[in-house]
Design a protein around this ligand. Structure first.
Ligand SMILES: N=CN[C@@H](CCC(=O)O)C(=O)O
Ligand SMILES: [Zn+2]
Length: 411
């Protein structure tokens, strides 16, 4: 299987030497080649360059990309796409005046999704989830992190992990699984949270480790959910089984979760709609990448992550969809890239960097994904005819994607 794409108007995110992360001012540059070609064999990027230097290559499939842009597929580093049903009724409740917190306090929210998932068969859950993933692939996403967290019992969390494993085996997309058993406190543990934390640390994490699927451990560190102390206990338990932290922090309140994440060498700290200078200091000099989720801010009408403060402090930033039924029921990375420009005041270069190479870093896969580099995996977006890559975020809510190459296959 080989694919040659010729006459590309702009081939984006080209790095001759492998990059794995872009920080601060580095994010301002998006290297690209005008009038370019790229050649893929099996699942690997083999060659690329300017058309003027192109020497005939005998490829099985040749695509003339005149007027079109080619870039690495989106790397969506934060999703909850394995869920059952939907929460449209809560959406209407919020329009009518209830807050996300009011709904959660009334037993809705995450607990609502957990009830639905517990009563859904493994096959049904797989079918609902793979359908979502296939839609994302068509919209240009080639690598996706998927969290558990709608099981909230040992049995249902393991069911989620098995569904994620099946998706990972059967999809062409690169899947990064994360264990998020500490997503909410189940109804029957409301007055004995310590027991649920024990269940996670002493039963669930060891059982999950046996399945050898999740290499990341997540906690919703937030008022009304898991405190700093709870979070630390769960992260430590995960680390004993080689699960690296990747955590939900600072969505509604600043509890000190960012510094805690850095202390435990978290791969990423996600949300950060609330942020203070101590948080920024904690991130400086660390290997932990902050991840902004503008779709969640949009849908819940909460503040947007102060991306400028983070990038201007020399930090890296990734952007992701947070696709889930409660706070962000959309997995469209094209929208996220646009919202990053419009609402987070990121330039198109910064937003595309945040959604490709830095998104890959936030999943621990940027050595193989996220840029056009010889030897990296062939996950590519071929756009519709566009004048410039800035049109991707500019024409918000349009679909810029015409075709995708995923794991070396043209869809
Ligand atoms: N904040 C925690 N978890 C999800 C929302 C989960 C839900 O409402 O179902 C998030 O990242 O936004
Ligand atoms: Zn989330």
């Amino acid at each position: 299987m080989s694919i040659l794409i010729t006459n590309i108007k702009q081939l984006l995110q080209v790095h001759d030497y492998n990059v794995t992360i872009l920080k601060g001012d580095e994010m301002k540059t998006l290297p690209f080649i005008e009038n370019a070609y790229v050649y893929v064999e099996h699942d690997t990027i083999i060659e690329y360059g300017e058309m003027k230097d192109y020497n005939h290559i005998d490829a099985e499939t040749v695509i003339d990309a005149t007027g079109k842009i080619v870039l690495p597929s989106w790397c969506d580093s934060h999703t909850h796409i394995v869920y059952a049903g939907d929460r449209t009724s809560e959406f209407v409740d919020r329009i009518n005046g209830l807050s996300y917190a009011d709904i959660a306090n009334n037993g809705g929210g995450i607990l609502n999704s957990a009830k639905l998932l517990q009563n859904t068969s493994e096959d049904d859950l797989y079918n609902q989830s793979i359908k979502r993933l296939n839609e994302l692939i068509k919209m240009g996403t080639g690598a996706v992190e998927i969290k558990t967290g709608y099981g909230l019992t040992v049995e249902a969390e393991l069911k989620m992990l098995r569904v994620i494993k099946r998706i990972k085996q059967e999809s062409l997309a690169k899947i990064t699984p994360t264990l998020l058993a500490a997503h909410a406190i189940p109804e029957n543990y409301k007055s004995k949270k310590e027991d649920y934390i024990k269940l996670i640390t002493e039963e669930l994490i060891p059982e999950a480790a046996k399945l050898n699927i999740a290499h990341y451990i997540d906690v919703f560190c937030e008022e009304g959910y898991f405190s700093i102390e709870d979070t630390e206990a769960i992260l430590k338990a995960g680390q004993q089984y080689n699960m690296r932290p990747k955590i939900h922090v600072n969505q509604f309140n600043i509890l000190g979760g960012i510094a805690l994440g850095v202390k435990h060498n978290a791969l990423s700290v996600d949300h950060l709609e609330e942020l203070n200078t101590d948080d920024i200091k904690a991130l400086q000099g660390s290997d932990t990448i902050p991840v902004a989720l503008p779709g969640c801010s949009y849908f819940l009408s909460i503040p947007y992550t102060p991306a400028r403060q983070l990038i201007d402090a020399g930090l890296p930033l990734a952007i992701a969809t947070d696709y889930n039924p409660g706070s962000a029921p959309s997995g469209n990375m094209n929208f996220v890239v646009s919202a990053a420009c419009v609402k987070l005041r990121m330039t198109p270069e910064e937003a595309i960097n945040a959604a490709t190479i830095n998104g890959a870093y936030a999943m621990g896969i940027s050595n193989m994904y996220g840029s056009i580099t010889r030897g990296k995996k062939a996950n590519l977006i071929i756009t519709k005819p566009l004048n410039h890559y800035s049109e991707i975020p500019y024409a918000f809510a349009h679909n810029p994607v015409e075709q995708v190459v995923i794991n070396g296959q043209l869809l």
